[in-house]
Write a protein that binds this ligand. Structure first.
Ligand code: 3H9
Length: 720
């Protein structure tokens, strides 16, 4: 996991633990061994620590947190050993020196980095803090102010910025065109040159732990704490990390380290840390699908997008930003022009905000080819239709594409609810048809639900999953059912919210509970923002708006929602919906007209309104959501519990510190959830959402956890 060599009397310890050189136990032992050899060898005058392959360590090995290995030869001790070594140590950074990686660098006496590299302490995103001296050394090196900002936000910075802040001693200029090998060679050369230059220098002032910290006023901590509470609402780690940083200014290094370790110990075992670390791995597992070999994907080099509306132009942006040419089609010149302008404005905005350069923006725009003619799609590798959400319209577009595009072209339909098999049946290539459910705004939201129809081939799935990754999305493969995973689960969740209105709650009661749970906003606020007509459109498509078409054995909860649309209360866009809005504002106020309507409807529908507790609101909304998640798993529509968690965190604002609905279910206890579902079902037998999933029933009665059960099941499948 590490290698050792000497070059010009400089010992070079190379960390070799691909892909990210995580600081596993074997790596830590390798570093100790290298330090010991270099210290004992009289011919060695200095030491260089460098990462092999593409990067300096991107942190401690997160997989060692759960199995306890992190506590054997722990990282803080290794870094202490590095810092106290009598020969100068130069750290050479390329790639991403994150977390424990940066902490190792802070323990070295000199730090140089490639201009292409990034450094950061992202531990708060995993629910912990930089617990190998990061909260004590970084403030000593660059001051409390800058260190607290980096540690509490967890955001990485570019090497050039790190140099300006005083984290680095020097930069090694590497252009974007140079290979990783050239970067490594140049960096190692520069590190050895620096090591030889400083070989006889005193290490006085070079051991960061011995530097003094300039204290800052309490006002600074209070302001930052306020900002954290707003930006990272509900997250423990950033505020705890701030406490540790404050300790660096209050206590000598040793005592500061003790504080850091105490806080780390508490965070380490917290439910938030477990949830956030679960998400870290779940996000990276979405590409691992039983029975799908991702290597079978074909490269996508040329793309078509149909529909230049908000969705289509947003989708096109994702591709041209990555240098993939896009033919953007619309039927009308006016709509096409509007779409092109929206794309140009997007890039203009990025240049203005300093997020890209004019040159790069123009280069991206150069990949856009607007057209009114489907014939221009004859040569694309993949085409995504983003036309109106209507089965017949989508079928006729796909049929037309099937006639025009080359036989290998993959046809994608961007839909949030429609049946992929029916759409595919309009073509002669159902194996090359797949759903790509982008979330709006498509150029911002990272989630993509890729929907496999019954005939979609492995090659099509692999190609689309891979191109989704290329355009920086988080793709999740889901099965073909109404609403797929995200919207399918949204229905019972939303139905419970509406049922609560019938029984006695008001929109602001329900929204407050969901906000307090950690969602960025409640369901009624979300509906107002998206447009209440969207829900109506879906209910109409389901055929449940007309009372004569409804199933008499199923409770209908959306009378008020339907009436709001009749009253043209569509939400923020019409300044009134579930709430009323001042012109141009997105902050809604409870509205008497709506509250009266809710009370009137309760009466008309035979409900005697009652006070409903926050606990009941939370349980009913969330348990209905979770029950549907279990049904998605047992039907094979979702491949892993973690996939559902990723969809709900990235698509619907489920609080990440709770780990997603399925992780949260395990944390609450499946028996408790199952029993509550039975109870709510007894009180409300006409709501099918309260029919417990068989899988939930089975796990609740056997006392098993979903995560463990599913991992075992997947392992057994892969061994078959
Ligand atoms: C820490 O340092 C604590 C200390 O302060 C205190 C300790 C006492 N460990 O993301 P990718 C795996 S906490 C284990 O797809 P990319 C990852 O699961 C750590 N495994 O690549 C994946 O595995 P697989 C603080 C890790 O190029 C593979 O590597 N550091 C770790 O898109 C490739 O990952 C962080 O939080 C790890 N630390 O992005 C940084 N990191 O192939 C976390 C990655 O089996 N890492 N893996 O699916 C990252 O942000 C990204 O991985 C990085 C590369 C930007 C580095």
């Amino acid at each position: 996991m590490t290698s050792y060599k000497t070059i010009k009397d400089v010992a070079v310890i190379t960390i070799e633990n691909p892909p990210v050189n995580a600081l596993s136990l074997a790596v830590r032992e390798g570093i100790l061994d290298g330090l010991s050899r270099a210290s004992k060898d009289d011919t060695v005058c200095a030491i260089v620590i460098i990462g092999g392959g593409r990067t300096f360590p991107a942190g401690a090995d997160i997989s060692e947190f759960a199995n306890g290995k992190a506590f054997t030869k722990p990282l803080p001790q290794i870094i202490e050993k590095i810092e106290s070594t009598q020969k100068p140590i130069v750290c050479a950074i390329h790639g991403t020196a994150f977390g424990g990686g940066l902490e190792v660098a802070l323990g070295c006496h000199y730090r140089i980095a490639s201009t292409r590299s990034k450094v950061g302490l992202p531990e708060v995103n995993l629910g912990i803090l930089p617990g190998a001296g990061g909260t004590q050394r970084l403030p000593r090196l660059i001051g409390v102010w800058l260190a607290a900002e980096m540690i509490c936000s967890g955001k990485p910075i570019e090497a050039v910025d790190a140099d300006a802040k005083g984290i680095l001693d020097d930069l090694v200029e590497i252009s974007s065109l140079e290979s990783v090998q050239t970067e490594y060679d140049k960096l190692l050369d520069a590190a050895i040159t620096l090591a030889l230059r400083v070989k006889n220098h005193s290490l006085e002032g070079k051991r960061v732990s011995q530097l003094k910290v300039e204290p800052v006023s309490d006002f600074f901590y209070e302001q930052l704490a306020l900002q954290i509470s707003k930006n990272a609402r509900g997250m423990n780690a950033p505020l705890q990390a701030l406490k540790a940083v404050k300790a660096s200014a209050m206590f000598p290094f040793k005592e500061g380290m003790q504080r850091e370790q105490q806080i780390l110990g508490r965070l380490f075992v917290s439910s938030q840390a477990k949830a956030l670390q679960h998400i870290f791995f779940a996000e990276r597992q979405t590409m691992k699908i039983p029975g799908i070999d991702m290597k079978k994907g074909v490269p996508i080099k040329f793309v078509g997008v149909i529909g230049a509306g908000m969705m289509g132009s947003g989708i096109a942006i994702n591709f041209i930003k990555k240098g993939i040419p896009v033919v953007l089609i619309d039927a009308e010149q006016e709509f096409l022009d509007r779409g092109v302008k929206a794309i140009e404005d997007y890039f203009k905005g990025r240049v203005k905000k300093g997020k890209t350069t004019r040159f790069l923006a123009d280069r991206s725009l150069g990949y856009l080819r607007p057209s009114l003619h489907y014939e221009d799609l004859s040569n694309v590798d993949l085409v995504i239709e983003a036309v109106f959400e209507n089965l017949d319209v989508k079928k006729s577009v796909l049929k037309h594409l099937d006639e025009i595009c080359k036989p290998q072209t993959i046809l994608c339909t961007n839909t949030s609810t429609l049946d992929i098999d029916q759409i595919a049946s309009a073509t002669n290539r159902p194996d090359r048809v797949i759903g790509t459910h982008f979330f709006s705004p498509a150029n911002v939201m990272r989630l993509m639900e890729n929907v496999a129809g019954s005939k979609t081939s492995e090659r099509t799935i692999a190609s689309v999953m891979q191109i989704s990754k290329t355009i920086s999305k988080i793709p999740v493969l889901v099965g073909n059912c109404f609403g797929f995973i995200g919207n399918r689960m949204l229905f019972p969740y939303n139905n419970q919210a509406n049922a609560l209105l019938q029984e006695g709650a008001f929109p602001h009661d329900v929204d407050k509970v969901l906000y307090d749970f950690g969602f960025p906003m409640g369901l009624f606020q979300m509906s107002d923002l998206a447009g209440n007509d969207i829900g109506l459109h879906i209910r109409k498509a389901q055929g449940i708006v007309d009372p004569s078409q409804r199933d008499p054995n199923e409770r209908y909860v959306s009378t008020t929602a339907d009436k709001l649309c009749e009253m043209k209360r569509f939400g923020v866009k019409s300044s009134k919906g579930w709430y009323s809005y001042a012109k141009g504002s997105r902050k809604g106020r409870p509205d008497k007209e709506v509250m009266d309507l809710i009370v009137e409807n309760s009466k008309a529908e035979g409900f005697v309104r009652r006070n409903i507790s926050a606990k009941e609101i939370e349980e009913r909304c969330l348990y209905a959501l979770i029950n549907e998640g279990f049904k998605c798993l047992e039907e094979g529509m979702a491949y892993k519990p973690g996939d559902i968690d990723i969809i709900w965190i990235y698509g619907y604002g489920f609080p990440p510190q709770k780990g997603g609905p399925m992780h949260y279910a395990d944390a609450v206890g499946l028996k408790k959830i199952y029993d509550s579902i039975l109870q709510y079902g007894k009180a409300d037998p006409k709501t099918s959402a309260w029919k417990p999933s068989k899988l939930l029933e089975q796990l609740a009665s056997s006392g098993k956890k979903l995560a463990k059960y599913w991992t075992k099941k997947l392992k057994a499948q892969s061994n078959l």
